[in-house]
Design a protein around this ligand. Structure first.
Ligand code: ITT
Length: 217
């Protein structure tokens, strides 16, 4: 059984549209401080796989709001900023600064303790930034000797959606959805299926679900 490791029920609701057999696992994995979602998600997936103490595969999803004129802030710090400033204030500051172009990004990290077949997707970008990743990009890095502790192979799936920061509207979704407009509606004004069809998470989940089906066939 695939486990979606998160403390956020909203994420699991969205994932169920793509994955029939998924259980949420409420494990608050240690979020490393990093300036990219990939690193955070990869660490989280390894941590959760080991903590779960079973053979079940896990996915961790790290997401964030990236405001263009603020150099991507709050980005990987979106949860902290939501808890401290709050969504409404982030929206107000962005609008007053004229910094309304933004994107949501989501990275799903998968770990089942096993290596992966060669694939065009980068593998295991978590711990070795700055080193030669070309072998990983070719898919050859996930060999048996990487299957240990912090070096567990992780596969990453990314999705993004661009939009505009607006005054809060709508009561669906979660997090920053009310201040993020795509087309003429905020994500909080969309049904879960409509949000999934265009969202960062929906796009990452669609890629993951297709790959996971092949892996489990
Ligand atoms: P877990 O880490 O336990 O999965 P979390 O809510 O902390 O739960 P993230 O760190 O990925 O998850 O979330 C970063 C922030 O971005 C957080 O404030 C979320 O509310 C927000 N966020 C993530 N996905 C979102 C989405 O689809 N729509 C709106 N806000 C989102």
């Amino acid at each position: 059984m695939l486990r979606y490791v998160t403390t956020n029920e909203g994420k699991v609701r969205e994932a169920r549209e793509y994955l029939q057999d998924v259980e949420s696992l409420d494990h608050d994995y240690t979020e490393v401080q990093a300036d990219d979602l990939e690193t955070v998600a990869a660490h989280g997936a390894r941590d959760a796989f080991l903590a779960a103490g079973s053979e079940d595969p896990v996915i961790v999803d790290d997401a964030g709001l990236f405001i263009e004129a603020f150099d991507g802030f709050p980005g990987p710090y979106s949860a902290y900023v939501e808890d401290t400033l709050g969504v409404d204030l982030v929206g107000r500051v962005a609008r007053e600064a004229g910094a309304t172009d933004a994107a949501f990004r989501c990275v799903i990290a998968y770990c089942d303790g096993e290596p992966f077949e060669a694939t065009p997707e980068p593998v295991d970008r978590g711990d070795r930034r700055g080193q030669d990743l070309s072998a990983e990009v070719r898919g050859s890095a996930a060999t048996d000797d990487t299957v240990a502790g912090g070096d567990l192979p992780v596969k990453l799936f990314a999705g993004s959606v661009s939009g505009t920061i607006v005054e809060p509207r709508g009561d669906g979704g979660f997090g920053y959805d009310p201040i993020f407009e795509h087309g003429d509606r905020t994500l909080a004004e969309m049904s879960p299926a409509e949000k999934n069809a265009i969202s960062h998470r929906g796009r990452a989940l669609a890629k993951f679900a297709e790959w996971y089906q092949m892996r489990t066939e």
